[in-house]
Design a protein around this ligand. Structure first.
Ligand code: NSS
Length: 430
């Protein structure tokens, strides 16, 4: 039996058993009020001195915050109780009496302190709400792709080479040799398309980001679809559909959590295809007009993305970046060889990039040339070049950052709350 079922009104006047933790406790006259959490929700329960055995009332009196208990009682509809229901306790079993002075109190704590006790902080209502949204976003990504005939093919975590630039590689000793933590599973899903057509990988990815921004983690999770025979345009269409699906699903299934977060959901409801589009070159002109000191050829930074994103009410694709600021594997724009067929999807409300995607080079010679131009060690990519030797096809794909997406949907100021145990340049504990 779960608290969510009680709050949904399915168990009114029924006898229930709840296993959970004490959130708060107070007493008034001959009644003790316990707020209990069980992972599906929180509910108030009352223990009336004249309705239970003396031992139970005494046990309840000793309870500390976060003590774990099992209660039995009757569900009553009660307008005064938060959530509109309460459980009138008949029996209470103490499972574990939590130590006095739970480190997280009612007073305000700094984020650094809270991150240091993240193992406990994840129990608080706001964190629970965010992490429930995260779980829903992940499920939505997988359901969307599974329903469309994609095959999940896992990419390795330990890899021989860079995908997104050597500057952010994490090196690990590997039996007298060295390996790198993956920056993206992309190269491996590119291999898998020749076996399955449409595939995706989902997993943790790592980047030694030195930037201490509010949207960079050193360990983050990505879902990376890759599709044989998909053009650049097909790729954008799929992204629009997928992002719309994720947002709709979260609005539907995580209404309660978004309420806890006080998220105004009206802007989210605008995320419907077609999304807006501007070219990189247009974005640069727009930024220059607004007084930003950025030249054509430079990559967009966080403030630039924020500016662009605030100009649109829907997610917006910024497409066709200069070859030099993008990864080695991107297909040149047939209309302008200085550009590549890539797009970053910027979430609105100032959030900026949540997806990076592109059409991939499928020509062997060109890919070899790019590996050289980018100064990458060709031997590490021989296996990848094979994909252009045996049945090469035009193909496209993208990577959606789970944490960035959750940050936008929950409207958070900082990315660190979107993952149970965030890893940043300054934090690998707990
Ligand atoms: O570098 S990306 O733009 N693109 C790739 O990694 C491609 N290889 C994906 C692909 O085509 N299969 O990163 C993709 C997304 C980006 O839009 C962000 O949402 C997220 O990954 N991302 C991050 N999230 C959190 N922290 C950091 N440091 C980070 N870097 C990228």
């Amino acid at each position: 039996m779960s608290i969510s079922d009680i709050l949904d009104g399915k168990l009114t006047e029924k006898e229930v058993e709840i296993k959970g933790w004490i959130v708060t406790k107070r007493s008034s006259g001959g009644v003790q009020f316990l707020v209990i959490r069980d992972g599906t929700g929180t509910i108030q329960s009352t223990i009336h001195k004249d309705e239970v055995a003396e031992k139970i009332f005494q046990d309840a009196d000793k309870l500390t915050q976060e003590s774990s208990i099992i209660i039995e009682g009757i569900v009553k509809e009660d307008k005064r109780a938060p959530g509109g229901y309460e459980v009138r306790v008949k029996d209470l079993q103490l499972v574990h009496l939590a130590a006095q002075e739970y480190p997280i109190g009612k007073k305000e704590h700094g984020v650094d302190f809270l991150m240091g006790v993240r193992q406990l902080w994840i129990r608080s209502p706001r964190q629970i709400a965010i992490l429930k949204v995260r779980a829903e976003v992940i499920k939505a990504c997988k359901d969307f792709l599974d329903e469309r005939g994609f095959t999940l093919t896992d990419s390795p975590i330990l890899t021989p080479s860079a995908v997104e630039g050597v500057a952010t590689l994490f090196e690990v000793p590997y039996f007298g040799d060295k390996a790198f933590l993956t920056q993206s599973g992309q190269l491996y899903v590119e291999a898998a398309i020749a076996a399955f057509g449409k595939v995706y990988c989902f997993g943790p990815t790592f980047r030694a980001e030195r930037s201490k921004t509010s949207r960079h983690l050193t360990e983050f999770w990505m879902v990376e679809p890759e599709m044989a025979f998909f053009t650049f345009e097909d790729n954008l269409k799929l992204q629009e559909e997928m992002v719309t699906y994720i947002v709709k699903r979260t609005l539907e299934k995580r209404k309660r959590e978004l309420e806890v977060l006080k998220r105004d959901v009206r802007p989210l409801k605008k995320a419907e295809p077609p999304f807006d589009r501007i070219s990189y070159t247009e974005a640069i002109e727009m930024l220059q007009k607004a007084g930003y000191r950025i030249e054509w050829g430079e990559d967009l930074g966080a403030p630039h993305e924020k500016f662009v994103s605030l100009k649109f009410e829907k997610p917006v694709f910024v497409h066709r970046y200069p070859t030099k600021v993008r990864a080695f594997y991107m297909q040149p724009d047939p209309d302008d060889p200085k550009l590549v067929l890539c797009a970053d999807l910027m979430a609105p409300e100032g959030y900026g990039e949540i997806i990076g995607g592109s059409e991939r080079i499928h020509d062997l010679k060109l890919l070899e040339q790019r590996i050289e131009e980018f100064g990458l060690p060709k031997e590490a990519y021989e296996w990848y070049l094979d994909l252009r030797r045996y049945g090469s096809v035009p193909h496209s794909g993208f990577g959606l950052g789970i944490e960035r997406t959750v940050m936008w949907i929950c409207k958070l100021k900082h990315i660190r709350e979107t993952i149970p145990f965030p890893r940043t340049m300054k934090r690998v504990y707990p």
